[in-house]
Design a protein around this ligand. Structure first.
Ligand SMILES: [Zn+2]
Length: 103
């Protein structure tokens, strides 16, 4: 089987679990989220999520991850900004332009 560049990138990325839970400066935790395949809607189990969390500010972090769906054998990108609150606020970066139009 020939792997696409995207699949190669996924297989070489660290498991997202290694970055979880993410601890914000104020002590709140982000434990990850229930990920769904963007193509067929199946749940993507945590071991199939790969990527990292990056600190943006004391109360914000960026999650850049990809999940592999076994049901339809495709990758879904997860690019979220997570804001420290209880529960954490999750902003989907791909939906950001639509949200701006509404305000
Ligand atoms: Zn799928």
């Amino acid at each position: 089987m020939k792997m696409s560049a995207e699949a190669l990138e996924w297989s070489s990325a660290p498991p997202l679990d290694a970055s979880l839970p993410y601890v914000f400066t104020n002590g709140l935790l982000f434990n990850g989220l229930n990920s769904q395949c963007g193509h067929c809607g199946s749940r993507i189990p945590p071991p199939a999520m790969r990527g990292q969390l990056h600190r943006l500010a004391d109360d914000r972090c960026l999650m850049v991850a990809k999940g592999y769906c076994e049901a339809c054998r495709s990758l879904t990108c997860f690019n979220f900004v997570i804001e420290s609150s209880d529960p954490p606020k999750i902003h989907n970066l791909e939906m950001a332009p639509a949200a701006q139009r509404l305000s």
